[in-house]
Write a protein that binds this ligand. Structure first.
Ligand code: FMN
Length: 315
């Protein structure tokens, strides 16, 4: 996810049990022009493997070259974004825009596959809009072009991120290809992940937004699969993980830039806890790691005191 899945976020996701992680999408044009800010998105650590670099673009030759640069950065596989719906990507014939030009989509996939030794996967959507759902044609075409697996965001381009994801396409896609098919869209709880596997026969689920709103979702899901139940993270666990994540964010960008950049993640760590809204408001203006750490552990003390007094009252 753009502006979300930097190396700090990916490490946390892997520590929590995600089986594979992906970089933010990176423009192929920017890669071949060596734009430093974009190349930095390829920063990776051993601990996060298996990791995919996701690239996008509309020109097969540029994508071919960008794939070679990306492979040299050392990921475990490459992923082509054929699903981005935003105007300045899809409107320029990249991302989901490729769903309107299937010969170019196939050519581009083949150009990337031919450029590298690594496996190449493709992430796409059901189609451009509900009148033009062409995934049953697209999926075998991408397999033919050499894709090693497909991730299907079960919405159309015109839906963006709204409306319900329609998982019912996954079994139909699976009947038409022999490569693995990963389901994406609305997998937002362990129960939803379980349902996705049971109802569709998908080979994996990809979790996006729910990992922001609950960084523990991967652990909870694994636990649910193993035991049929799961425990929610304690406040101490939330604080510890949040601080680890923040430390990695600072390592990536320095404290001065890392702390403001991190503010979007606080909500996910503390959502649902009494007092979290005030805590978050206060965290928004803090600019040093030491102060964040102090604020969080003091918050934990307050919560513990409140819980203690609640018990006394109840008795
Ligand atoms: C902030 C944000 C950034 C995203 N960036 C990317 C991206 O770079 N590449 C990509 O393939 N999808 C991107 N997506 C789409 C998600 O990967 C995913 O397909 C979509 O959110 C549906 O899955 P979900 O219901 O699990 O969130 C992004 C979504 C959001 C909310």
């Amino acid at each position: 996810m753009e502006d979300v899945t930097d190396v700090s976020f990916r490490i946390i996701a892997r520590r929590m049990g995600a089986d594979a992680v992906y970089t933010e999408f990176i423009s192929s044009e920017a890669i071949i022009r060596s734009i430093a800010k974009q190349l930095k998105k390829m920063t990776m650590l051993e601990e996060e493997r298996p990791l995919a670099i996701q690239i996008y673009g509309g020109d097969p030759e540029v994508m071919h070259e960008a794939a070679q640069v990306s492979e040299a950065a050392g990921p475990d596989f490459l992923d082509i974004n054929c699903g981005c719906w935003v105007k300045n990507v899809a409107g320029k014939g990249a991302g989901a825009g490729l769903l309107k030009d299937l010969p170019r989509m196939a050519k581009m996939t083949k150009a990337v596959v031919d450029a590298v030794k690594l496996p190449v996967t493709v992430k796409t959507r059901l189609g451009w809009d509900k009148e033009d759902i062409n995934i049953l044609e697209v999926a075998p075409m991408l397999e033919q072009a050499g894709a090693a697996a497909l991730t299907i965001h079960c919405r159309t381009r015109s839906q963006g991120h709204s409306g319900e994801a329609d998982w019912s396409w996954i079994p139909k896609i699976k009947q038409r290809v022999s490569i693995p098919v990963f389901l994406n869209g609305d997998v937002n709880s362990p129960e939803a992940a379980d349902r996705a596997f049971r109802e569709t026969g998908c080979d994996a689920v990809m979790i996006a937004r729910a990992a922001i709103s609950n960084p523990f979702i991967f652990r909870e899901t694994k636990e649910f699969f193993a035991n049929g139940t799961y425990t929610q993270a304690s406040l101490d666990e939330r604080i510890t993980l949040c601080l680890q994540h923040l430390q990695h964010s600072i390592e990536l960008r320095t404290e001065h830039r890392g702390i403001p950049n991190f503010r979007k993640y606080y909500l996910g760590y503390f959502k649902g806890i009494f007092g979290a809204a005030t805590l978050r408001r206060e965290l928004m203006s803090i600019e040093s790691y030491a102060e964040v750490e102090d604020k969080l552990w003091k918050f934990a003390d307050t919560v513990r005191q409140r819980e203690g007094s609640a018990l006394i009252t109840a008795a």
